[in-house]
Design a protein around this ligand. Structure first.
Ligand SMILES: [Zn+2]
Length: 241
C-alpha cells in the first residue's frame, strides 16, 4: 500500500466520522428531545404568566374586599343612628335615610365587583390546573425523550471512537505533508480525494490530461486536480486509459 492508498482509507474513516456526527445531530431522538424541551419551556412561561395574573388579581381582590368591609361598617353605623337618640328632626332623619341608600348602593356595587373577580379567579384557576397538567405531561415526555437520546448518543459515540481510533492508526502511517495537504483541501471539499473515472476527476468531472493521469499513476507526489484542487486517486474502482 502506498501513501495515497492509506490516505484513501483515512478519508473513508474520516467521512464515516462526519456521518456519525451528523447522524447524532439529525437524529429523531434529538429532534424529539428538542421539541419536548420547547414544549416544557412554553408551559413554564405560561405558568409564570398565570401566576403573575393570580398575584395581581389577589391584590385587587384584597383592596376591594377591604373597601367592602369599610362600606359595610359605614352602613351599620348609619343604621345604628336611626335607632339612637341623636336624631332630632325629620330633616336629619331624611339625611340619614338618604345616606343609608347611597351606602347600600356602594355596597352592592362593591359586592358585584367582588363576585366578578371571584368568577375571573375561578377561570384563572382552571387555566392554572390545565397548565400544571401540561407541565406534568411535558416533564414525562422530556424524561422519555432524554432517555432515548442518551441511548442514541451512547451508541453513536461508541461507534465514533472506534472509527476514530482506526483512523488515527492510519494517520500514524501518513506523511505529515500529505496530511497537511488533505486538511487544507478539506476546508473546501468534504471529499478531499477524487477517484479518476474515465479520465475525468471524480470530484468535478473535469477531463484530465494524460500527463496528469500518468503522474498519479507514477505516484511521485500527491497530484491535485487543476480545476477543483482535490487529490486525484487511482483506486480499484478507477478507470483510466
Ligand atoms: Zn476536480
Amino acid at each position: 500500500m502506498n501513501q495515497l492508498d492509506y490516505l484513501w482509507d483515512y478519508q473513508k474513516l474520516d467521512l464515516k466520522m462526519e456521518d456519525l456526527k451528523s447522524k447524532k445531530k439529525n437524529s429523531t431522538a434529538r429532534k424529539n428531545l428538542y421539541k419536548a424541551i420547547k414544549y416544557l419551556k412554553n408551559q413554564q412561561e405560561d405558568l409564570i404568566k398565570i401566576n403573575s395574573i393570580v398575584d395581581k388579581k389577589n391584590h385587587v381582590y384584597n383592596r376591594i374586599y377591604h373597601e367592602f368591609q369599610r362600606i359595610n361598617k359605614d352602613l351599620a353605623n348609619e343604621k345604628a343612628k336611626l335607632y339612637s337618640e341623636e336624631v332630632k328632626s325629620f330633616k336629619e332623619l331624611d339625611q340619614i335615610e338618604k345616606k343609608i341608600l347611597e351606602t347600600q348602593e356602594k355596597l352592592d356595587k362593591s359586592r358585584e365587583e367582588l363576585n366578578a373577580l371571584i368568577k375571573d379567579m375561578d377561570n384563572i384557576n382552571n387555566e392554572l390546573k390545565l397548565v400544571t397538567n401540561h407541565l406534568r405531561k411535558g416533564k414525562r415526555e422530556y424524561e422519555k425523550h432524554k432517555k432515548d437520546y442518551d441511548l442514541v448518543v451512547e451508541e453513536l459515540d461508541t461507534e465514533y471512537s472506534k472509527i476514530k481510533s482506526q483512523r488515527d492508526s492510519i494517520k500514524e502511517k501518513l506523511d505529515k505533508s500529505l496530511l497537511r495537504k488533505y486538511n487544507a483541501v478539506k476546508g473546501n471539499h468534504s471529499m478531499v480525494m477524487a477517484e479518476i473515472q474515465q479520465n475525468r476527476c471524480g470530484g468535478c468531472n473535469m477531463f484530465l490530461a494524460s500527463l496528469v493521469i500518468q503522474n498519479v499513476r507514477d505516484n511521485v507526489d500527491a497530484v491535485e486536480c487543476e480545476n477543483c484542487g482535490r487529490i486525484l486517486y487511482l483506486g480499484d474502482n478507477s478507470s483510466a486509459d
